[in-house]
Design a protein around this ligand. Structure first.
Ligand SMILES: [Zn+2]
Length: 98
């Protein structure tokens, strides 16, 4: 599970885990990014829950809870997908997961 090197899918060069750009092709390395569907689920849950809270506590409760739920969702996402390494290359215009 513990992997100290990341292999670039564009230039196939292995870089030390922790680098922010690929040493081979200068692709941006992102850590702990969550997939688009997760962001979608969090947004959906955030609005769903704040509507529910708003129905029981009123508009103020919904307004306060909305950013809190969103923040918790995204922090949880960071933790869940902390092992996720994504390389983004401007030259290749692609997005690939390790
Ligand atoms: Zn590369």
């Amino acid at each position: 599970m513990e992997n100290n090197t990341i292999k670039c899918p564009f230039c196939l060069k292995e870089s030390q885990r922790g680098v922010h750009v690929c040493t081979g092709c200068m692709a941006t390395v992102l850590y702990g990014t969550f997939p688009g569907w997760y962001a979608f689920v969090v947004i959906l849950l955030t609005f769903g829950l704040s509507i529910l809270i708003g129905m029981s506590t009123g508009m103020a409760g919904a307004t306060i809870s909305l950013p809190i739920i969103a923040a918790v969702g995204f922090v949880a996402g960071k933790a869940i997908f902390s092992d996720n390494v994504v390389l983004r290359c401007f030259l290749n215009q692609g997005l690939k997961t390790k």
